[in-house]
Ligand binder design. Structure first.
Ligand code: NAD
Length: 251
């Protein structure tokens, strides 16, 4: 494995399980000093033990906590964050409900995790990146950033569409400072227990349709997503910004 991120400070939100865990492992294996946060303490402890990553329990719906986490990372490192991966997200345990029954609290929570957290962490990392004249931000969007979500959760689909807007706007705002902003849009991956429950909720016919809707006729794995994130964050992508890279086996 190449040590292409040797000594770089890489921050990953939602690092405890699924894509976030694979992303944290991938950067750590390439020599990065990885800082991961999540609300899942035991899984963060497991990540730290397996990779040497620094981990913190942070609820990213609390924007002050998000800001304080990045300030702590910068203080520990003695310098700016090199790479920010806004991975925390998901449907917060929700399933489709008719729009007329969706509560404000459920709507707000999904927006906070998928969009608000990405804004708050970007806002916190950018001053250091600007001072350094370099940085890379990779946002995790979704196939639901382009069309209706398999989950049926309206707030999730709306938030992931908005993540593309945030990516494109920040690309232009931050490009003059040497900061690149891109997104990865994963297709459906059986990445954790929630995704397994979602998959199990589909009939065999629906499962077959989903797989047959993929050109490669299989679902992806968390490592497929992590590889794309590592590429966009790397020097090999030094002239790529504002791009949305679908990692979905071909749709
Ligand atoms: N699994 C898929 O099929 C799929 C497809 C497209 C996009 N995505 C997106 O990829 C990302 C990772 O998805 P996943 O399937 O690996 O896991 P996930 O969607 O279940 O959750 C991601 C991580 O975010 C953490 N998190 C949730 N709320 C948080 C909060 N308030 N503060 C801090 N951390 C919090 C979770 O604990 C989890 O570790 C998410 O943004 C998700 O929306 C997933």
């Amino acid at each position: 494995m190449s040590r292409s991120f040797d000594g770089r400070i890489v921050v990953v939100s939602g690092a405890a399980i699924g894509f976030g865990r694979a992303i944290a492992e991938t950067f750590a294996a390439r020599g990065a000093i990885v800082h991961g946060c999540d609300v899942r303490a035991p899984e963060l402890t497991a990540l730290a033990a397996a990779t040497g990553a620094w981990t913190s329990v942070v609820d990213l719906t609390d924007r002050n906590a998000a800001r304080a986490w990045i300030a702590g990372v910068e203080a520990d490192a003695g310098r700016a964050v090199d790479v920010l991966v806004n991975n925390a997200g998901g449907v917060a345990g929700q399933a489709h409900a008719p729009i007329e029954t969706v509560s404000d609290a459920d709507w707000d929570r999904v927006l906070e995790i998928n969009l608000g957290a990405a804004m708050a962490l970007s806002r916190a990392c950018v001053p250091g990146m600007k001072a350094a004249g370099a940085g890379a931000i990779v946002n995790i969007a979704s196939g639901a950033a382009f069309k209706a979500s398999l989950t049926g959760v309206q707030a999730y689909c709306a938030a992931k569409h908005a993540v593309l807007g945030l990516t494109r706007q920040l690309c232009h705002e931050l490009g003059p400072f040497g900061i690149r902003v891109n997104a990865v849009a994963p297709g459906f991956v059986r990445s954790n227990e929630a995704a397994e429950r979602q998959w199990a909720g589909y009939s065999p016919e629906r499962q077959r349709q989903i797989v047959e809707g993929v050109a490669l006729r299989r679902l992806g794995a968390p490592q497929d997503i992590a590889n794309a994130v590592a590429f966009l964050a790397s020097d090999k992508a030094s002239f790529i910004s504002g791009e949305i890279l679908s990692v979905n086996g071909g749709h």
